[in-house]
Write a protein that binds this ligand. Structure first.
Ligand code: HMG
Ligand code: MG
Length: 315
């Protein structure tokens, strides 16, 4: 046991967990895509810069989607060049070849396609069936790979869907396999509406590894609607997952799934990992300061318990 530094938990490692976790920060994309008010491009760029200053190494910057579908990120052409000099990975979402072309034209080196395990969300989010969406992604993935660009495949509604209810594990495994077979380098398993619980997470990860999916290719992406995101993350770490998505201050949601709330807050994640003695390279104090700064711009306090505890932010 190590004595805690001020503002940090005591580090007490537990058996069977990884030594290091890569945090995939999604606040600037998943967080800001859902804001009612338009956040000025300069504020977004400053947010990404401050996040990079906390030690985060992967910061999802924006989406090259149809600007009418997600007006909050319609400034991708202005934002990306404003942060492209940062010494961090800056993945961007691209739904189709048009999105890929826009991203490649600006020099993006990491892109993400985003599939759905359910038909209802594929229709709501992509205006396609699940298989039509996969067909739309195939040329995106092959062209990105041919350009040496890293491809993440998101899969939404891996646990439950607001229209269809609980999602059967084999249905999720099928789409995961399809994304990997088309050449995605990694997958992110999305609990878009935050209904997963730890046993379900363990069951899905066990089924995926049983189907030949290497755990090193899997990340987890939990929204925190029912306060289960940290427990779900711990269950995933116990299965060997070392990539965890989170959003600074717990920003987030999806405009096409009404019950989606914010993501797991990066501060809550870093606090738990630090307590477990797991290295993330993230400076928690700087991260909290960044979320407090962003909350002031958004005009409301961060929902993160850790941000509140460490900043004495008014609730
Ligand atoms: P569509 O209406 O079917 O588009 O939308 P289309 O393919 O029929 O094209 C119609 C027009 O849009 C054409 O223009 C295209 O050029 C243009 P026209 O020829 O008529 O003048 N267009 C574009 N313009 C700019 N950039 C583009 C683009 N694509 C087409 N990329 C589409 C289909 C996929 C485009 C649309 O549904 C879309 O943009 N969806 C994005 C939805 C989205 O961003 N959702 C949030 C991200 S997913 C998420 O948050 C979940 C996640 O966090 C994980 C989790 O929590 O589960 C990742
Ligand atoms: Mg999400």
């Amino acid at each position: 046991m190590n004595a805690p530094e001020p503002g940090l938990p005591m580090a007490v490692p537990a058996k069977g967990l990884p030594a290091r976790v890569r945090v995939h920060e999604v606040g600037a994309r998943d967080g800001l895509q859902n804001e009612k008010a338009m956040v000025p491009t300069a504020v977004k760029a400053e947010f990404v810069r401050r996040l990079a200053g906390t030690g985060l190494t992967t910061i999802e910057a924006t989406s090259f989607v149809h600007p009418k579908w997600v007006p909050q990120l319609a400034d991708a052409e202005e934002l990306f060049p404003a942060v492209a000099d940062l010494p961090v990975e800056l993945p961007v979402l691209v739904p189709n070849e048009r999105g890929l072309e826009r991203a490649l034209a600006l020099g993006a080196r990491r892109v993400a396609v985003f599939a759905s395990a359910t038909e209802s969300f594929a229709r709501a989010n992509l205006n396609r069936t699940v298989d039509e969406a996969l067909a739309m992604f195939e040329p995106v993935v092959s062209r990105a790979k041919a350009s040496g660009v890293h491809v993440r495949g998101y899969l939404s509604m891996c646990f439950g869907d607001p229209w269809e209810g609980p999602v059967p594990v084999p249905q999720v495994v099928r789409v995961c396999r399809a994304l990997l077979d088309m050449g995605c380098d990694e997958l992110s398993l999305g609990d878009t509406i935050g209904v997963a619980t730890p046993g379900h997470v363990t069951a899905l990860l066990t089924a995926l590894t049983g189907a030949g999916v290497p755990v090193s290719a899997l990340g987890v992406h939990f929204h925190d609607t029912y306060g289960q995101a940290l427990a779900n993350t711990l269950a995933a770490l116990q299965q060997g997952v070392t990539t965890v998505d989170a959003s600074a201050g717990g920003l987030g949601g999806c405009p096409f799934a009404k019950s989606a709330t914010g993501n797991l807050a990066t501060e809550d994640l870093v606090w738990m990992l630090r307590g477990l003695g797991i290295d993330t390279g993230v400076d928690l104090g700087r991260l909290v300061a960044t979320s407090v700064w962003m909350a002031a711009h958004l005009g409301r306090p961060s929902p993160s318990r850790t941000v509140r505890a460490l900043s004495h932010q008014e609730s």
